[in-house]
Write a protein that binds this ligand. Structure first.
Ligand SMILES: [Fe+2]
Ligand SMILES: [Fe+2]
Length: 295
């Protein structure tokens, strides 16, 4: 049965003037990278055909996200140096940046959204390093992509989304709750539909659609991991709902640490203290990464 929020998301999508698309080069390269014997030469040829994408990949590779010892100056070199798994990760990151950094105006501050996405990506990766069933790459990619619906919704329905942001700040609620009031659906539902359209792998579609669900017992381990990373990330100030640095710094998010610890235990993660100790470094890494890609 289709829920009301899901039906409302489908209606909203019909009002989008142009449906944003994933670059052809990216989806072809990802298909190749998913096959059992990968021809990296072919992957490089495809990526190089898209100049914007190629340049972005080189920038991501050299950002503080990867902390490489040597500077990589070409896509070919990146492919040899990093291998298929990492390249897949970087292409999806690049898709996210491409979709969000479009020419369309948006009420969202795009650098704040990137900080939120990289923040959730890095925290999810750290959490995954303590998990037996979720790989670090999976955690990272899911974290980067989880709010893709928000960015698109804000671009496509600017006026209503401005209201969403004001409502979220005035009432000190998150964007998800404010969206439910204004749109009767949310970025999670819209993002889920878009991710299906773009043929994202199923586990990521699930994360995008269900990371705000009320019942965490029904979440897949990866979705629950991103849900937790999202809450931690907002508690350290990386949220998309602000208009300015002053606003962001003026609000203190209180996080129920006992609740987070209990949720982590549900996915078999006990290293809560270790995670807390690494948060300061992650904040720096996120800021430097966004500055190097965005700046
Ligand atoms: Fe979200
Ligand atoms: Fe989020």
């Amino acid at each position: 049965m289709i829920s009301d929020a899901s039906a409302a998301a489908q209606t909203i999508m019909k009002t989008f003037k142009v449906l944003p698309t994933v670059p052809v080069a990216a989806s072809r390269a990802m298909q190749l990278l998913n096959s059992s014997d990968v021809d990296m030469g072919k992957v490089a040829d495809i990526l190089l055909a898209d100049q914007v994408m190629a340049a972005r990949i080189v920038r991501i590779v050299n950002s503080p996200l990867y902390n490489l010892l040597q500077e990589i100056d070409s896509v070919r070199q990146a492919l040899i140096y990093l291998g298929p798994q990492r390249v897949f990760e970087i292409i999806l990151t690049s898709c996210f940046l491409e979709l969000t950094d479009s020419q369309m105006r948006s009420p969202l501050k795009i650098d704040f959204c990137w900080e939120h996405a990289f923040g959730v990506g890095l925290i999810a990766k750290k959490l995954a390093s303590f998990s037996k069933e979720i790989s670090e790459e999976q955690g990272y990619i899911a974290g980067i992509l989880h709010d893709i619906g928000e960015v698109i919704l804000a671009q496509q329905r600017r006026e209503e989304f401005t209201r969403v942001m004001v409502l979220a700040r005035e009432r000190e609620i998150d964007l998800y709750k404010a969206e439910m009031e204004v749109f009767h659906t949310s970025h999670a539902e819209v993002g889920g539909l878009l991710a299906e359209l773009w043929h994202f792998p199923a586990p990521y579609i699930d994360v995008i659609r269900h990371h705000h669900d009320a019942d965490i017992d029904d979440m897949s381990p990866l979705t629950l991991l991103v849900h937790i990373a999202d809450q931690i990330c907002m508690s350290i100030g990386f949220s998309c709902k602000y208009d300015s640095i002053e606003q962001r710094e003026g609000e203190v998010y209180l996080l129920d640490m006992i609740e987070i610890e209990l949720k982590l235990k549900k996915i078999g993660i006990e290293q809560f203290r270790e995670l807390r100790n690494s948060l300061g470094d992650m904040v720096q890494q996120v800021k430097q990464t966004v500055a190097s890609i965005y700046g």
